[in-house]
Design a protein around this ligand. Structure first.
Ligand SMILES: N[C@@H](CCC(=O)N[C@@H](CS)C(=O)NCC(=O)O)C(=O)O
Length: 288
């Protein structure tokens, strides 16, 4: 079984300081944590130990193995969502690569459905990215990924929660239809069947939402909803570009900047699939 141990990135540590303190770091201060900085580069291991104080042993996660490159992470958007959550919460993790075309016995024993992602929490293997994200939020609440703006006091937050629970629920559902519409268009063999327009309608609605509420789904800070949608948009961009020579229209500028800012996060760069894996991963669906 091949594994890879990962510690959280220094740049996402800077984000966490903002979350924890509820303040905006001055630009010059935050840059000392970027990985490009040679002058002030932080000792990564030291950071990991002090920031991830609540957890000393890396969390074990079963992930899809690359189908194109040995010992690399594969192209599962649900797995990336879980890894993104771990990265954004500065939790160290240990990836166990699973060959989904030839599932090993040890994996089938812990995953009756034979699916990744799977994470070990409190000595139990937990499946499903929805369940895992929720469990991580409950077990490691800081930095929060599901709460509305942190500047609101607890009481204002509770009041807002009661008053706008409908709105908040809608925010979390936001963009959720993009993935099925993308898959329908990708698989479509008939250019006049309306699947392209259906995807465009969904993307336009999301673009309008971001214009009013962005830059992220929850406003100024990235949240669990973005970590779920980001990997799916990454697949959309690569697969539709490759198989249909299609890209998101420039007129959807909020959507485009949203993707750019999610894709350029260090957490995303650390956990994204190889482009060739995304292309190969979708091939059977496109050809089928
Ligand atoms: N609802 C699950 C979906 C997980 C899923 O479908 N994973 C795929 C890989 S992306 C898988 O393991 N498929 C099993 C297989 O290919 O045999 C989640 O959110 O975690």
């Amino acid at each position: 079984m091949s594994t890879a141990k990962i510690t959280p990135s220094a740049a996402s540590f800077a984000t966490s300081i903002k979350h924890l303190a509820g303040i905006q770091l001055p630009r010059c201060q935050s840059t000392i944590f970027t990985s490009n900085s040679t002058k002030f580069r932080a000792p990564r291991r030291g950071f990991t130990v002090s920031m991830a104080a609540s957890i000393e042993t890396p969390l074990e996660v079963c992930v899809k193995q690359s189908i194109t490159t040995p010992n690399k992470l594969g192209d599962c958007p649900f797995t990336q969502r879980v890894l993104l959550t771990l990265e954004e919460k500065h939790l160290p993790y240990d990836m166990k690569f699973v060959d989904l075309s030839n599932k090993p016995d040890w994996f089938l024993k812990i995953s009756p459905e034979g699916k990744v992602p799977l994470i070990k929490l409190d000595e139990k293997w937990v499946p499903d990215s929805d369940v895992i994200s929720q469990a991580l939020e409950e077990k490691f609440p800081k930095p929060p990924l599901t709460t509305p703006p942190e500047k609101a006091s607890v009481w204002v937050y509770l009041l807002l929660l009661l008053t706008y629970s409908f709105l908040i629920q809608n925010r979390h559902a936001c963009g959720s239809k993009i993935f099925p519409k993308f898959v329908a268009f990708l698989k479509s063999k008939d250019s006049g069947d309306g699947t392209e327009q259906a995807l465009l309608d969904e993307l336009t609605a999301f673009n309008d939402y971001l214009k009013e509420n962005g830059p992220f789904i929850n406003g100024n800070e990235v949240s669990a909803a973005d970590l779920s949608l980001g990997p799916k948009l990454y697949h959309l961009e690569i697969a539709l570009g490759n198989y249909k020579n299609w890209s998101i229209p420039d007129s959807l500028s909020y959507m485009k900047s949203y993707m750019k800012s999610i894709f350029s996060r260090e957490s995303f760069i650390n956990t994204r699939a190889l482009k060739e894996d995304v292309i190969e991963g979708w091939r059977p669906k496109v050809m089928g």
